[in-house]
Design a protein around this ligand. Structure first.
Ligand SMILES: Nc1nc2c(ncn2[C@@H]2O[C@H](COP(=O)(O)O)[C@@H](O)[C@H]2O)c(=O)[nH]1
Ligand SMILES: [Mg+2]
Length: 426
């Protein structure tokens, strides 16, 4: 049996059909051997044949060690807590929480709802063609952290270094090939000039926006209509803003909480444990109070605790905080009357239990609470509103990234692990 045939047989023992399509072509070892063997002409000397035989034996040994190496590779816990800096929990006295996608989690129905409300706004108010109504939210399309290129009309996924990922450029719903990306952008790297034309779609709330932008672009493409890409963003964003600012989405969620909100009793247990251990707790959210109140009451309705309201779990409750501006502004806090839905005119110089505060800023928050930066940890889901802003105040931050559960699940799968070991050893 020739070296090449044996190599192919070996490879086919380990490579699943999908994987064999995607096996890294640049890797040395087994695949490198194939190239080498093609140089084997009839005039090859004994030395060269011996060298190739050695290389083949090495590669075979490496290949055979893959299953054992895979077994030794530790799996990650999809529900684990991962740290990039040591935190001494004893030093943390104050625990702050964002609300949406941090304490409360939503089903995909929420994105469908935002998408549908915004789509109707585009058609009814901004006079987009009625045919746009046929589009529906596709939860398999968006991921967190996309960019929309307002000039070129493309949705982009950039890597850590600011280059467009090979599968990460869509015009409408069509993925562009590497050749098309190069034609459009010159190189895959996004330079400084081009960065200015990008808008970030940073959090999970942006999933519906990303999908709607892509569908509207696709609509113009399919209808062979000329369109100006910046307007697509402006109009879709206006529609999305309307859905949030008018409270349409909040009212619909509260009308059917069981459809939209996902209960998780561990959240309550965690808050209660912190409270019992004498920690200070605060809630800092951009949502209006009635939305948080309705959501928390639903999420904690099965939990029996001594207090009358979920509010008693927190020392300070701040709603409509306007993050990330909250961290840099001088806005005063205002007491919110939950019965009358009005804001008081008196200055806030202390936080009282059971009161609700609106607006405010980090400076006043620190003056009133006297909480020192390193004793505070803040949990949130938004890169700018919950993570970058607070860390400027010296707070520790904890990112809640729900989709990591799926990502880690994929990384724990045999196919992914095989590829990792293959690249390391083969
Ligand atoms: N005006 C806008 N409001 C938005 C947008 N995306 C989300 N939201 C609303 O913000 C809060 C999120 O609150 P937090 O608890 O995570 O701080 C929630 O009420 C959303 O409806 C937007 O693009 N514009
Ligand atoms: Mg949030």
């Amino acid at each position: 049996m020739s070296a090449i045939v044996r190599i192919r047989l070996l490879a086919s023992c380990y490579l699943s059909p999908a994987l064999s399509r995607t096996a890294p072509r640049h890797s040395t070892g087994m695949l490198g051997m194939c190239t080498l063997s093609t140089t084997l002409g009839s005039g090859a000397g004994e030395d060269e044949i011996e060298r190739i035989r050695h290389e083949f034996e090495d590669a075979k040994r490496n290949y055979l060690s893959i299953p054992a190496a895979m077994k030794d590779m530790p799996k990650m816990d999809p529900q684990g807590i991962y740290v990039n800096k040591n935190v001494k929990l004893d030093d943390l006295q104050v625990y702050g929480f964002d609300y949406d996608y941090t304490l409360s989690h939503y089903s995909d129905h929420l994105q469908c709802l935002i998408y549908d409300l915004a789509k109707k706004h585009l058609v009814n108010e901004l006079k987009y063609p009625e045919s746009c109504l046929k589009y529906e939210y596709d939860c398999s399309f968006p991921v967190r952290g996309l960019y929309y290129d307002k000039l070129k009309g493309c949705l982009l996924k950039l890597d850590f270094f600011g280059s467009i990922e090979p599968d990460g450029c869509f015009f409408g719903r069509r993925k562009l090939s590497l050749t098309e990306i190069k034609e459009l952008y010159g190189t895959r790297h996004i330079g400084r000039d081009q960065v200015r034309q990008l808008v970030g779609l940073m959090d999970v709330f942006c999933f519906s926006e990303a999908c709607l932008i892509a569908d509207i672009v696709q609509h113009f493409v399919d209808a062979k209509l000329e369109f100006d890409a910046p307007y697509v963003y402006e109009d879709v964003n206006q529609a999305i803003q309307h859905v949030h600012r008018s409270g349409l989405v909040h009212r619909k969620v509260l009308a059917e909480p069981q459809k939209f909100l996902i209960k998780n009793s561990q959240v309550f247990r965690f808050l209660k444990t912190l409270r019992d251990k004498g920690k200070k707790l605060f809630l800092l959210t951009n949502s209006p109070f009635y939305f948080v109140d309705g959501g928390m009451s639903y999420l904690l309705e099965d939990q029996h605790f001594d207090g009358n309201s979920w509010k008693e779990l927190f020392d300070v409750v701040i709603a409509q905080a306007n993050k990330p501006t909250f961290y840099n502004s001088d806005h005063p806090f205002r007491v919110y009357d939950t019965e009358k839905d009005t804001l008081a005119f008196t200055a806030v110089d202390k936080f009282l239990p059971n009161e609700v505060y609106y607006h405010g800023c980090l400076k006043s928050f620190l003056q009133i609470t006297k909480w020192r930066g390193p004793e505070v940890i803040y949990f949130g889901d938004h890169l700018l509103s919950d993570l970058r802003g607070p860390s400027k105040a010296g707070w520790r931050t904890a990112a809640v990234i729900r989709e990591l559960e799926d990502e880690i699940g994929i990384q724990n799968g045999d196919s992914y692990r095989f590829q990792q070991v293959f690249m390391l050893y083969a």
